[in-house]
Design a binder for this molecule. Structure first.
Ligand code: FAD
Length: 492
């Protein structure tokens, strides 16, 4: 398609997406490439995005980022999962943890054993058999051998961008402060040629990475790539965010509290708490949201509450011509399962694997977009599940969610689970055990379990479940309180 070797990379935007891309390209390909990142002090970053999932650890390993340095720089805490409060119904909770629940056997997932135990009256709550969930509830944390405890982080997003900036600059990434005034394309829109800054300077590039946030300055405003709207499935379209002082030591999980027309987050950092309300503007005004949030937080606010508008969906192509969109420029699902930063790093790693050193090939573009679409659709379905499978009928918002049509792929997964108790991970999709945890957590109980479970006598099954619980309890006994461990870990 374009046999021009790719040497000069221009990253437009210096939020989390821009600096993650700069860090990875700088560290891994910096010797071959000339990389410039442009950011504007006049245009703020979105300023949220503080909960992550375990895949961030792999991204940092790839970049050889030291975990302690990262946690210190970002006031980070450990995260073992998300506590979903009032989602299944008002006053009912469950914790979606990063670990695996119980023990599968070759023929059947653990949920089948749990289901039979439940029928017989000796299974405890599903999460009882998950170490990460129990550690979160007990406010405990420790690195265990062989990655024995799955975890992620809560981080200060602005501090993370700064941390990655100094990391990237060590690998030769150049930073240019200023506002991009114009995106210069070929007449037939077959490529972006350069960016003109507001001081008239022209920045040439071979490959452009659009990290300009929701505005999608390059991918949308210049290349008119198009957007697929998913707001009929994910109807929340606003968020209001505010930071508060920390009144207690940080807990190792995010809180997601379903409210009348959306949900509220609490993200504990070492030095403060990130709070926000995600809501649907059809059922709640910005003023009502602000008032609600301020009445439902603890501690002094540290900044002015800020409304963020968004439209859930995805860019039709994340890679179009010589432009790759990452982060909010590529689309946004919504923050319920903290998956956006994960998608940024997936995009970066995918780009590294298909990097067009010798020129841009349409087959690479198509493959990149195909893989990205797969990832995003699976995560989309998983997020919709939380809204759709609920007993809440107490507001117009929840009645809408309960009655909305859902993607066929999700409808099939739910029906399959109800009828058989089975749930399968599709290809390389992100979530695995999470499907069982959230389906059961939201109140779905399958009609039957796998008959292989009947090969165990009732006594054997009771012993099997009891042994899993006992092993977890033994591990928990030796585990320190999260904050004590974090303090100690970061001070060494
Ligand atoms: P932004 O942060 O918006 O950065 C855009 C950059 O582009 C800025 O540097 C700006 O200066 C620059 N720019 C724009 N226009 C110009 C111009 N003309 N000239 C020069 N520079 C320009 N993700 C998670 O993984 N976990 C979460 O818990 C989470 N929570 C979220 C909560 C909410 C309410 C929202 C809306 C998002 C959340 N996300 C979360 C998503 C996450 O915030 C983003 O994926 C992440 O911050 C990346 O943003 P970004 O870098 O794409 O865009």
């Amino acid at each position: 398609m374009n046999n021009k070797p790719i040497r000069k990379i221009v990253i437009a935007g210096g939020g989390t997406a821009g600096w993650m891309a700069a860090a990875a390209l700088g560290k891994l390909l910096g010797k071959r490439l000339d990389i410039t990142l442009i950011e504007s002090d006049e245009i703020a970053t979105v300023g949220v995005g503080e909960a992550t999932i375990p895949t961030m650890i792999f991204f940092h390993k790839l970049l050889q980022i030291d975990e302690k340095a990262f946690l210190k720089a970002t006031n980070g805490t450990f995260k073992l999962g998300i506590n979903f409060e009032n989602w299944r119904d008002v006053n009912e909770d469950y914790l979606h943890a990063f670990g695996v629940t119980g023990k599968d056997c070759w023929a059947a997932g653990f949920q089948h054993f749990w289901l039979k135990g439940r029928d017989k009256g000796f299974s405890k709550e599903f999460g009882t058999y998950c170490l990460e969930r129990r550690a979160a509830e007990d406010n405990k944390f420790q690195h265990l051998p062989n990655n024995g405890l799955n975890y992620a982080y809560h981080i200060d997003a602005s501090a993370y961008a700064k941390f990655l900036r100094s990391f990237s600059e060590k690998f030769g990434v150049k930073r240019l402060e200023g506002k991009i005034d114009k995106v210069n394309t070929a007449d037939d829109l077959s490529a972006i040629n350069s960016l003109t800054m507001d001081n008239g300077e022209v920045i040439q590039g071979d490959l452009f990475i659009d990290c300009t946030g929701f505005r999608g300055l390059l991918i949308e405003q210049a290349l008119h790539t198009g957007y697929e709207d998913w707001s009929h499935w994910l109807p929340c379209d606003r968020a209001i965010a505010v930071q508060t002082e920390a009144l207690q030591a940080p807990i190792p999980y995010t809180r997601s509290i379903a409210q009348e027309s959306g949900w509220q987050w609490r993200i504990p950092l070492q030095n403060r708490v990130g709070n926000g309300l995600v809501y649907c503007s059809k059922y709640m005004s910005d003023e009502q949201a602000k008032q609600f949030l301020l009445e439902n937080i603890e501690g002094q606010t540290l900044n002015e509450p800020r409304v963020i508008r968004f439209r859930t969906g995805r860019r039709l192509k994340q890679w179009n011509k010589n432009c790759v969109a990452l982060g909010l420029a590529s689309g946004f699902l919504e923050p319920l399962e903290s998956t956006s930063i994960h998608l940024i790093q997936q995009g970066i790693v995918r780009l590294l694997r298909m990097f067009p050193h010798q020129g841009i090939m349409q087959t690479d573009i198509d493959e990149y977009n195909k893989q990205t679409n797969f990832d995003v659709e699976k995560i989309r379905d998983f997020i919709i599940l939380h809204y759709k499978v609920t007993n809440r009928k107490d507001s117009q918002f929840w009645r809408y969610c309960q009655n909305m049509t859902i993607p066929k792929s999700l409808a099939h997964r739910i029906q399959h689970f109800i009828e058989t108790g089975r749930v399968f991970r599709e290809g390389n999709e992100l979530f695995d055990d999470s499907w069982q945890q959230v389906m059961i957590g939201q109140g779905l109980i399958p009609e039957q379990y796998h008959p292989i479970v009947d090969m165990m006598s009732d006594e054997e099954l009771e012993r099997f479940l009891g042994q899993i619980e006992l092993n977890i309890e033994r591990t928990l006994q030796g585990m320190p309180i999260h904050n004590a461990y974090l303090d100690h870990y970061c001070s060494n």
